[in-house]
Design a protein around this ligand. Sequence first.
Ligand code: I3P
Length: 109
Amino acid sequence: KTGFLVRKVHADCDGKRTPRGKRGWKTFYAVLKGLVLYLQKGEYRPDKRLSDEDLKNAVSIHHSLAIRATDYHKRPNVFYLRTADWRVYLFQAPNAEQMQSWITRINTV
Ligand code: I3P
């Protein structure tokens, strides 16, 4: 599955609150491949190589949980992603259908 997602980093490893200055929303082209959610910056091309930064932004979704962010009201179509090492991301999808599709795909790998 692929598509644009806007990401906010809420908690780093072990659930530690991500410090101010690193909590802003950023747009990525997301590619879910196996157990990894790749987040690419900039223009998307299928043949584009992942930069070092892209690799740093990749999220392991092994033993992760995606859930609709019903308590977050500042933006629509937002879901949480909690990883096995207790990072927490918020992702905003372009619409409700895409949001549900990402949640389902992440939770059923
Ligand atoms: C963050 C940025 C986020 C905001 C976050 C800020 O600042 O303004 O948009 O989250 O608030 O800390 P920075 O880019 O300097 O990290 P919201 O959009 O959800 O308000 P927060 O610290 O209350 O999460």
